[in-house]
Design a protein around this ligand. Structure first.
Ligand SMILES: [Zn+2]
Length: 140
């Protein structure tokens, strides 16, 4: 990046722009860096947009809180349309304070969340992640 001549994404040719992924994840600080590192390595992206809430999958599964779901949707839209994110990860994790249910329940919530995000029609690849008790990221 040339600091004297900063360039906005919108002014760059599409094939010269950095690449993005998006992560719908908990706000828990223990999971952010593992998820970012995983997505950068697996998908070769330059940046990861973090769309965090306390246990977002409990809201997305079944579309239960309109205000929370709408703010997540707004951020997915920016990531998809402005950053042209190539993949979106939806995750749950061990010891979630915002969504204190067991892994089996969280995996079901992730499935419901994937269905809802797919229905928004951004055409992004969606992957499911579980961050375990050692803060390792697993594809599920
Ligand atoms: Zn959490």
């Amino acid at each position: 990046m040339d600091k004297k001549h900063p360039v906005k994404l919108a002014d760059m040719k599409i094939d010269e722009r950095p690449s993005f992924a998006a992560s719908i994840c908990c706000m828990d600080g223990r999971i952010q860096l593992p998820i970012i590192a995983f997505l950068k390595k697996k998908y070769g992206v330059d940046y990861v947009d973090i769309i965090s809430e306390p246990g977002p999958i409990k809201y997305l599964n079944g579309n239960v809180n309109h205000a929370v779901v709408e703010t997540i949707k707004k951020r997915v839209k920016i990531s998809a349309e402005k950053h042209r994110a190539k993949v979106i990860a939806i995750s749950g994790h061990f010891d979630c304070a915002g969504n204190p249910v067991d892994k089996r329940r969280q995996l079901a919530q992730i499935e419901g969340s994937v269905k809802l995000v797919e229905s928004w029609g951004y055409g992004l690849q969606i992957i499911r992640l579980w961050v375990d008790h050692e803060w390792k990221v697993r594809v599920i």
